[in-house]
Each structure stands twice: as C-alpha cells, then as structure tokens.
Design a protein around this ligand. Structure first.
Ligand code: ACO
Length: 341
C-alpha cells in the first residue's frame, strides 16, 4: 500500500525487523498515560499518544527523507503498543511489553491479554481473524479520516500529527465509531428482548434521530464486500471457539428484516464493514470501547500511503476548500450593554 508494490523477501524481512525494532515506546511515554483519567476513551488516548510519540523522533519534523521508512515502521508498530497500553491502563493492570518473536497481531493480543505471570494462549483462529480485520480495514479511498489525513498532510505537517488527526476523524459514530455503535445497538435490542423491528421502525423515522448503525455507505450502493467476508469469518470464528453469540443472531435477523424493507431497498442501504466486525472482536475478548482503536490500527498503512502520496507530489498545493457564504451580509457592531439577552 505504501510503496505501491509487493515487497521482495529481502524488503519484507527488513520491514518486519524494523517493526520489531521500533515496537517499544520511549519509557517517558509511560508518564503520559498516567495523565489520563481511567475512564478516558481509548481513541482520545490514541490520538494524543501518537502525537506525543512523534515528539520522541526529531526526524519527523523533516518530512519525506531517507528515514521515512523508519518513521513508518515506528508509527505502525507503536500504534499497536499504545493501543495495548491504553487498554491495560483503563483496567489498572500492569503494562505488558511487546515480544519481539511475535508477529503483528499476535503481539497485540499478547500485550493486551497476557499477565506478568502467564502468557496469553494464542489461538491461530483468533490471530487470523484479527489479521483479517486489519487487512480489510487497511485503506478505502477518500473516506472522512483519510481525507482528513490528506488535508493535514497538505500543509506538510509531520506524519505523526497527520495520523493523530486521522484517529480523531475516525472516532465519530458515522465513520469508524460505528463499530462500537453497532454493538451498543445489538446489546440494547438483546436487553429489551425486541426482535429488532422496533429499531428498524425508529431508524426509518427521521424524527427519532436514530439510524440503523452499520448500514449504509456513501459509495457502496449494494452490499459492502468487506461485510460479506467479515460475516463469514464471524460464523467460522464462533464455531472454532465453540461459542454462541446471541448478538450475531440478532444482527442476522436485523439484516434480513432490513433487506426486505422498502425503506432500505429504495435507499440502497446494506450492511457496511462495521456491521459484523464487532461480533468478531467481542468473540476475541476485545472490549467495546477498543473497537474503533482496532479500526485505527488497521487503517494506519492506508493513512500513511495517502500521506506519502501528498508529500511525494512535487506539484501538490495546500488544500484550501472554498466556501460560498450564504449568511447575513450586514451585521453591525452592537455595544455589549445594548445587546438583547
Ligand atoms: N439507517 C437509516 N437510514 C439511513 C441510514 C441508516 N443507517 N443511512 C442512510 N439512511 C437514509 C438517510 O436518512 C437518507 O434518507 P432520505 O433520502 O430519506 O433523506 C438516505 O438514507 C441517504 O443517506 P445519506 O445520509 O444521504 O447517506 P450518506 O452517504 O450521507 O451517509 C453514512 C453514509 C454516514 C454511512 C450513513 O449511511 C450512516 O449514517 N450510516 C450509519 C452509520 C455507519 O454505519 N457508519 C459507518 C460507515 S462505513 C465507515 O465509515 C467505515
């Protein structure tokens, strides 16, 4: 994604080693984690800590030199370490350092779920499922967070600052935050014992202010192909783990009901990537408020590729959308003591 071609085995080894070499956070970063309240949302921690991590690499302030590959490896590797540390911190648990012998997803699971006295048991099905989630989220043209990264990059801000901005844009419920919102919706349906029809009616009623989360997409006007793959993986993973999740049944029922409803059909609203991904993450044991963090880890290579594209373009200019002002044209100054309440 970043260099526009598949790596040779030598390049792959080199990059893999760079990921390992850069996986540790500077020890001083630990103090930054202390400053957050325990209930801070991990997306807030992630964006702040990515920016903070940039402060420990002075070369980031010189964009696009020969050290760029190290910046990339550092960011991709450390976003995972930051995510795991913020999770451990939110539970008041001791931090688990990365293991250099583990591959990317395995290492994340280790840092999140191992204990100082016992390593987390890595099941290949779980590692593969997480790999798949990351792969499917890697890049997706001009979505809200990617265009945010490009906008910030166009001012030649550094890579870490651009990635931190991307995390903030991704957080919203209409974008990456939808994966958390979907699970909250499914949990609410489960708790109420509703078969989903009440939710569908509310989602159709504009006055309710509710939407069927995980449905609809600006570009996909038929099924989101990522949702097809993730849905299949949900079934495979739950079978492999010998788990049943009532929320998966509810999601499938909801999908069926929506796909037979003229409101959704006429508007071409189908499940998107976020509709089923949360079920996989829940089966792995990832808590709800970490879902969007997982999305951010997966999207990082795509953001970096977009950053590089902007910085590589010698003719690129700063982004500057124009606006058409349609507010009042006369608005005279009123002294403060004459202003109406
Ligand atoms: N539930 C109910 N109605 C919906 C939904 C939904 N999930 N999504 C769109 N609609 C309706 C709109 O109200 C609108 O109806 P109208 O024509 O009667 O006014 C019509 O469908 C068209 O929708 P738009 O809002 O124009 O679609 P837009 O392209 O602007 O928004 C979006 C796309 C943000 C994804 C939207 O479908 C949505 O909010 N979905 C729920 C949140 C979600 O799942 N986000 C994740 C997207 S994927 C990603 O970012 C990774």
């Amino acid at each position: 994604l970043i260099w526009g071609k598949l790596p040779t085995s030598e390049e792959l080894n080199h990059f893999s080693n760079l990921l390992t070499k850069n996986e540790m956070l500077h020890e001083d970063m630990k103090f930054h984690f202390e400053g957050f309240p325990t209930n801070a949302h991990p997306m807030a921690i992630l964006s702040s800590m990515i920016n903070a991590a940039g402060c420990f690499v002075p070369q980031v302030l010189k964009p696009m030199n020969e050290l760029f590959v190290i910046q990339v490896a550092r960011l991709m590797s450390q976003v995972r370490t930051i995510a795991a540390f913020s999770y451990r911190k939110s539970l008041g648990l001791p931090i688990i350092y990365p293991k250099p012998t583990y591959k990317y997803s395995a290492n994340l699971l280790h840092m999140m779920f191992s204990e100082p006295y016992q390593d987390y048991e890595l099941l290949p099905e779980v590692v593969q499922a997480l790999d798949l989630i990351f792969l499917l989220h890697a890049d997706h043209e001009q979505n809200c967070s990617t265009s945010t990264v490009r906008m910030v990059a166009s001012s030649q801000a550094n890579l870490f600052a651009c990635a931190a901005a991307g995390v903030c844009a991704l957080w919203g419920r209409l974008h990456g935050g939808a994966n958390q919102a979907v699970l909250e919706m499914l949990e609410a349906i489960h708790k109420e014992g509703d078969n989903g029809s009440k939710f569908i009616e509310q989602a159709k009623d504009k006055k309710s202010g509710k939407k069927l989360m995980g449905f609809g997409h600006r570009v996909y006007k038929n099924y989101d192909p990522r949702a097809t793959i993730i849905k299949k993986k949900c079934d495979q993973l739950l079978t492999a783990l010998n788990k049943q999740d009532p929320l998966l049944d509810i999601a499938k029922r909801l999908e069926e009901a929506a796909l037979n409803d003229s409101y959704f059909l006429e508007r071409k609203l189908y499940p998107n990537v976020d509709f089923y991904s949360g079920i996989i993450m829940r089966a792995i044991g990832i808590p709800l408020d970490m879902f969007t963090v997982m999305f951010a880890i997966g999207r990082m290579p795509g953001w970096i590729a977009n950053y590089k594209e902007i910085l590589d373009d010698k003719e690129a200019r700063i982004y500057r959308p124009r606006q058409i002002y349609d507010g009042p044209t006369e608005n005279h100054y009123v002294p403060i003591d004459e202003r109406a309440e």
